[in-house]
Design a protein around this ligand. Structure first.
Ligand code: GDP
Length: 318
């Protein structure tokens, strides 16, 4: 049972028992004490400097479109890692501890985030065949075409690493990439292929669900959701299944650079992101961590790595 091995970071993200996408879950944010996420928040210079969590002043050339960044995040919508005390913080100092374009507060565990080395290790067809060296891992999953390969390549700063898992025969596998010889990034099969036969879809479901429930070294699933298009029911189902099964989850909103109105149904990524969060909040006791990303501008890259680092370091210590 995964929780037996994971007294980890996300025990705060406890699913509510019921599972249905009924309208009662579609409640909106109540006015809550909020912290202003100022536009001078901290950002990381275009060259990664992940050895430190020191705030770095926002550079002019930063790729994030801050004009559209959500201005405020209610306190109860923040992801506050365990062993992180924010009680003595005023709004301004707390603001500097929130990762840009996310709801994630930095903890003392956010260190050693750089990717120095990335190696493809293996593709497994069953959970039992996955590497057995006990290193912590993060699994990337999302609808086909969500931008998973692009994000994986962006995280490891390679153009083609993820192509390994796109080779014929590997797309339905659990693909392990070892990072710095210390942890794994795991590429899971995409879901929601329109053309896949029903039976095959069921199989993929069974296969990835088994991995989620039984992989004891899984620190967090990173569920990728395309922020440039309106909310898709299949993504909501996936998120709610993870919530219901108490599988630790981080939401990664992809393609946040895309804001052409024609293509995304008139909504900006921020609006799609808010809608997604409103729709899933009924499935979680507390708000899951989320990060806005773009593989085109590298928005969110350093934030994901810092978030992974703090989850990982906490996991290793407990
Ligand atoms: P996968 O099927 O989930 O692995 O998705 P890919 O990484 O292959 O990307 C699918 C398509 O979306 C490709 O045409 C990418 O160029 C495009 N794409 C991926 N990430 C981004 C992004 O952050 N911004 C934009 N504008 N396009 C992206």
């Amino acid at each position: 049972m995964i929780l037996a091995h994971l007294p980890r970071f996300h025990l705060s993200i406890l699913a509510k028992p019921s599972f249905s996408l009924s309208s009662s879950h579609f409640s909106f944010l109540n006015p809550k004490p909020s912290v202003t996420v100022s536009r001078t928040l901290f950002s990381f210079a275009s060259k990664s400097n992940l050895a430190t969590v020191e705030p770095i002043p926002l550079s002019v050339s930063d790729s994030t479109d801050l004009d559209d960044a959500p201005a405020e995040i209610a306190l109860d919508k923040l992801f506050i890692p365990p062993e992180t005390d924010i009680s003595g913080e005023d709004s301004a100092s707390l603001t500097t501890r929130i990762l840009k374009g996310s709801n994630i507060v930095l903890s003392k565990y956010a260190r050693d985030a750089q990717v120095v080395q990335a190696d493809y290790v293996k593709s497994s067809v069953k959970t039992e065949d996955c590497p057995a060296d006990g290193l912590p891992e993060f699994a990337l999953v999302g609808r086909s075409n969500v931008g998973k390969s692009s994000l994986l390549n962006s995280l490891v700063r390679r153009k083609r690493l993820a192509l390994t898992s796109k080779k014929p025969g590997k797309t339905q596998c659990i693909n392990h990439f070892r990072i710095n010889d210390k942890w794994y990034l795991v590429d899971l099969p995409g879901y929601g292929y329109a053309s896949a036969p029903h039976e095959l879809k069921q199989d993929w479901n069974k296969f990835t669900k088994d991995y989620f429930l039984n992989r004891s070294t899984l620190v967090s699933v990173f569920l990728l959701v395309d922020a440039s298009i309106p909310v898709k029911p299949i993504d909501l189902e996936y998120a709610s299944w993870l919530g219901q099964n108490q599988v630790p989850m981080t939401l990664i909103f992809t393609k946040c650079d895309k804001r052409k109105k024609k293509k995304n149904g008139g909504k900006k990524p921020e609006a799609n992101i808010k809608e997604f969060q409103d729709l899933i909040q009924g499935f979680f006791e507390t708000t899951p961590p989320w990060i806005m990303t773009s593989s085109v501008t590298n928005q969110g890259r350093d934030e994901i790595l810092l978030h992974m680092a703090q989850l990982r370091n906490y996991w290793l210590k407990h």
